[in-house]
Design a protein around this ligand. Structure first.
Ligand SMILES: [Zn+2]
Length: 137
């Protein structure tokens, strides 16, 4: 991602946090925000599970990861997601909606605690860029 593209996304992130801070009323308590984050985290996982068990557009074929690669640099190629198939448009729409709601409450949490979501994103992006695969995530 080039710097201009990053700045545009960061600005969107900052604008999003400001918007959330202005419209969050009903669940403004930190307790509501924390539990809403948990709720939407569960809903994201549920949406992925329903893509497998109800729709069938995805399958999960999980097994032990093979980290026996000769070189640390080759590990990203040998590690598997265990996901087979392609998410359909309908499941993707549901998942995007759940992720969006999660992000709403994540922005609300940041705003309540006077943390800039923009700064968080910038710092994490720089850590990822600097450490690369050595971040061990
Ligand atoms: Zn589907």
């Amino acid at each position: 991602m080039d710097r201009n593209n990053l700045e545009a996304k960061v600005s969107l992130c900052d604008d999003f946090q400001k918007e959330v801070s202005q419209i969050l009323i009903r669940h403004k308590s930190i307790l509501d925000i924390m539990t809403k984050l948990d709720e939407y985290n569960a809903r994201i996982n549920r949406a992925v599970a329903k893509s497998v068990t109800t729709c069938g557009c995805l399958e999960i074929n999980a097994h032990r990861q093979n980290f026996d690669s000769d070189s640390f640099g080759k590990l990203p190629l040998s590690a598997k997601s265990h996901v087979e198939g392609n998410i359909c448009d309908s499941c993707s729409d549901v998942l995007e909606e759940e992720i969006g709601s999660y992000m709403f409450y994540l922005a609300a949490l940041c705003d309540t605690l006077e943390i800039s979501l923009q700064d968080v994103l910038e710092k994490e992006f720089e850590r990822a860029r600097t450490l690369g695969i050595y971040s061990l995530k």
